[in-house]
Design a protein around this ligand. Structure first.
Ligand code: GSH
Length: 313
């Protein structure tokens, strides 16, 4: 399949909640996109050669530009569709804590709030025995190194209950969390709620009428115009394209030097390359590869740490 270098490619897997945040954004904005399915855990030979090892999902690609993290992908979608409300920094102050909860404690509590045997059953149905074993090993080793401690047991259950009830309250006088139209806060909040419903095969509490109405409205547009793509096609796309022009960079002591960038919370696998731009919102790292030539990997600044490459060694 031929894909233009300005077309959207999303590297994801179906069960990924953070990918669902972006798939729904594609749906609401009516964007056309290409889907490359990644394994639910590393190794990801279909993606690592492009990003240089960023371990989280989703990653978006346009030509030879790779965008890591759903926050930065949202920013790109906001820009392209001229919808400022999709920018992470457009979230109103009174909603910032709700967004932070959704992306952190609530996301992690979806699984930890369920009895371990129920979780095991759900994973076995999804993955089978071997993959479930690998999945547990992978995620526990990822979280062992994490700088955050997700809630568990009763506290996790109350994180979910309180979130549902707070959402219902916020939604009592408006269609969407953002107001009349969905904004970044809506997409940040919908994905853990849907994850809870999908993963455990649950329904939302019926009494929370506003939450139910919002949930249906958020899912109603679906995922937009989606086309399946093979990983090799995404590789060819990167190889045939040059990265887009860089934004004007702020000064940085490591500009045009080898750096590594890694998430600060979990899945902290560093990506190494030349820091070619830094703006208020992002780092851009150039990777010279044999397979694709130069690719630019973009990271949001929030939640990521940049170091001189020498200090990661
Ligand atoms: N802040 C990141 C978080 C992404 C995230 O945690 N993704 C999960 C999947 S939904 C993940 O990568 N888990 C580990 C993995 O899939 O290897 C974002 O917004 O993209």
């Amino acid at each position: 399949m031929t894909v233009g270098n300005n077309e959207w490619v999303l590297h994801h897997y179906e069960a990924s909640p953070y990918a669902e945040k972006i798939r729904l954004m594609f749906g609401h904005t009516g964007l056309r996109w290409h889907s490359v399915i990644s394994p639910a855990m590393p190794p990801r030979p279909n993606l690592d050669p492009l990003t240089g090892g960023y371990r989280r999902i989703p990653v978006a690609q346009r030509g030879a530009d790779l965008f890591c993290d759903s926050a930065l992908i949202s920013l790109e979608i906001a820009r392209e569709t001229d919808r400022a409300a999709l920018r992470p920094d457009s979230v109103r102050d009174d909603l910032a804590a709700l967004v932070e909860r959704a992306q952190g404690d609530v996301f992690f509590s979806v699984i930890t709030s369920e009895p371990p045997l129920k979780v095991l059953g759900a994973l076995l149905r999804k993955f089978g025995v071997r993959q479930t074993y690998r999945f547990f090993k992978d995620r526990s080793s990822m979280m062992k190194d994490a700088t955050i401690r997700p809630p568990s047991g009763k506290r996790a259950a109350s994180v979910i209950t309180a979130f549902f009830s707070d959402l219902d309250t916020v939604l009592k006088d408006r269609a969407f969390i953002n107001g009349e139209h969905p904004g970044y806060a809506d997409f940040a909040a919908i994905h853990p709620v849907k994850f809870k419903m999908d993963f455990m095969g649950l329904g939302l509490p019926k009494a929370l009428k506003n939450l139910n109405r919002w949930y249906d409205a958020m899912l109603q547009p679906g995922h937009g115009e989606r086309f399946e793509l093979e990983p090799e096609d995404a590789f060819s796309l990167a190889a045939q394209s040059a990265p887009r022009p860089l934004p004007p960079s702020d000064a940085h002591e490591h500009l045009n030097q080898e750096v590594s960038v890694a998430p600060i919370d979990y899945g902290q696998v560093p990506v190494t390359g030349l820091l070619v731009a830094m703006t208020a919102e992002r780092y851009v790292v150039a990777r010279q590869t044999e397979q694709f030539g130069v690719v630019h990997v973009h990271f949001p600044r929030a939640g990521y740490a940049l170091k001189s490459a020498a200090s990661h060694a």
